[in-house]
Design a protein around this ligand. Structure first.
Ligand code: FES
Length: 352
């Protein structure tokens, strides 16, 4: 195949050092330039039918991207936000989120894949080495650019036609608001939901394992019991949301061992109830050391002293665990005497 059969864009350029070119060392350039390896033509460079096939493949990818974008817009308008679907193996998820993610992903992927395929098969792959030039333009070029800019500003009459200038600035300032409006789709603000849990005065403490209301006699010294509010069932739609805030850890201490006065006042016969949600980044705490009354979060080893207001004695947690004020009701069951006084969970104090 001669170079006359090859499209012009795939031939080496006149500029710079092309494939195979070498230079020898001399006084000015003490190191010889080995040049670039010889260029090998791709099948698309020498076979027009192969080039056409690549062209069709690239066009197909771009067309798929267009269809996916149309699908994204149709999904956004047509699919109700509360519709769920089952997708194997992920499980149940929002049909709208799934459709938006899928169509946007396909649209972006096809643009990227089309561009890569185009570059790899049809655009010139001839390597060219060029000498580095000074970055700054010569003085006369800079003076000309400066003069052109001033001339353009004068001809556009931007300074004289204040009405146009001001309305243009107004339009440019307002147009980003369209993007701000889209933030609405991030969902309703949490309001004060993070400040409250299901616990309220008179709500019984229910053992999470047996699902039975707890009496003081059910809590032995040295044991760690997990509890949830009466009425919260695993089958409830918002079970995970509620238990993530309301989960409790209950231990019985000797009243004499309780160092913190408020902790003692909020306990019942030495039984204390603390939030099970670590105040570092929200892991459930599950390890109790009965000799020291320390509980340990398994995620990053924050350690809390349950005999001293659950204050942090080690680790990255920034706050003591919130305590729930408890007592017993007329039938002798443990009950809450109110909600937590602080929001439970990680770092809420800094945020709110
Ligand atoms: S979440 Fe408990 S220590 Fe990090």
């Amino acid at each position: 195949m001669s170079s006359q059969d090859i499209p012009e864009e795939n031939l080496p350029s006149e500029q710079g050092t092309a494939h195979g070119a070498v230079s020898v060392a001399d006084e000015k350039h003490p190191f010889a330039d080995p040049g670039l390896p010889p260029h090998e033509h791709r099948i698309q460079d020498i076979d027009e039918r192969a080039a056409r096939r690549s062209e069709r493949a690239v066009a197909l990818l771009f067309t798929l991207s267009m269809l996916a974008t149309v699908g994204f817009i149709v999904s956004y308008v047509a699919i109700p936000h509360d519709k769920d679907i089952f997708v194997f193996p992920i499980g149940h998820l929002s049909a709208l989120n799934f459709a938006l993610g899928l169509t946007l992903g396909v649209a972006l992927f096809c643009i990227g894949a089309g561009a890569v395929h185009w570059a790899r098969t049809l655009m010139s792959d001839v390597e060219v080495a060029d000498d580095r030039h000074a970055i700054a333009a010569p003085e006369d070029v800079r003076a000309k650019v400066h003069a052109d800019f001033k001339q353009g500003a004068k001809e556009s009459a931007l300074g004289r036609r204040k009405l146009i200038r001001n309305t243009m600035f107004g339009a440019l300032a307002l147009v980003p608001l369209s993007g701000v409006m889209l933030l609405r789709d991030l969902g309703p603000l949490p309001g004060d939901k993070l400040r409250h849990t299901m616990w309220a005065k008179g709500k019984r403490l229910v053992n999470m394992n047996t699902n039975l209301p707890l009496r003081p006699s059910d809590v032995a010294v040295g044991s760690l019991t997990f509890a949830k509010p009466d009425g919260l069932e695993e089958t409830d739609e918002d079970f995970q949301t509620q238990i993530a805030k309301a989960a409790l850890m209950i231990v019985r201490l000797q009243p004499d061992n309780i160092k913190d006065k408020r902790e003692l006042d909020w306990s019942h016969e030495g039984i204390v109830a603390f939030s099970k949600i670590c105040t570092h980044v929200g892991c459930p705490i599950s390890l109790y050391e009965q000799q020291t009354h320390h509980v340990l979060c398994p995620c990053h080893q924050s350690t809390f002293d349950l005999s001293d207001g659950a204050r942090v004695i080690f680790g990255p947690a920034g706050h003591a665990l919130p305590q729930l004020h408890i007592g017993v009701d007329d039938e002798g069951y443990l009950q809450a005497l109110g909600d937590f006084e602080e929001p439970v969970g990680p770092a809420f104090w800094e945020r709110g």
